[in-house]
Design a protein. Structure first.
Length: 173
């Protein structure tokens, strides 16, 4: 009889985890589709306060929605592309597969630091930890793709905003 209770408990645990996972999937997609535009708007406003201005001639869109934007400073010909990436993105190729970044220095902001490449292991670990914590306690680090061209050194001007945003500490409007 104990075996039956153990089996029932295991089935209950698996069903609960599965139900939670399916619930996350059901609610994640609508948030993601509208969320990236909101995140890009927040980043644009915060970078404007740091002296970076959004360039109207540089917009990267998917299905009519802006997913990345270009920024520059007055009296400088440099360009900084910024894209808040969805949780499933693996880098620039995910949001802009045809974009030629050969003349750009590419970096990624995640978890409060800048990285030369997407920090896959750190993202996986953070995702697993977030699943174990209650939603009210868990912060969600974000991945932000950066690509800079020119000699203006725009990344240092944007670093504080993007590092704070990637750490999940900044709240959207």
């Amino acid at each position: 009889m104990n075996r039956v209770y153990e089996l029932a408990a295991m089935v209950g645990i698996v069903a609960t985890v599965w139900w939670s996972f399916c619930g996350e999937l059901a609610t994640a997609e609508p948030r993601m589709s509208g969320g990236l535009s909101d995140e890009l708007a927040w980043i644009t406003a915060a970078l404007h306060e740091e002296g970076l201005h959004r360039r109207s001639d540089v917009v990267i869109e998917i299905d009519g929605r802006a997913v990345a934007a270009g920024f520059s400073q007055v009296d400088c010909d440099g360009l900084l592309l910024v894209a808040p990436l969805p949780q499933t993105a693996q880098g620039w190729g995910h949001v802009a597969p045809r974009l030629d970044l050969s003349g750009f220095t590419v970096q990624y902001a995640y978890g409060g630091t800048l990285h030369a490449d997407v920090p896959q292991l750190q993202r996986l670990g953070d995702r697993m930890i977030a699943e174990l914590r209650p939603a009210s306690v868990s912060k969600r680090p974000r991945l932000v793709a950066l690509a800079e061209a020119g000699n203006c050194e725009l990344v240092p001007s944007a670093e504080r905003v993007l590092v704070d945003f990637s750490n999940g500490t900044e709240r959207l409007m």
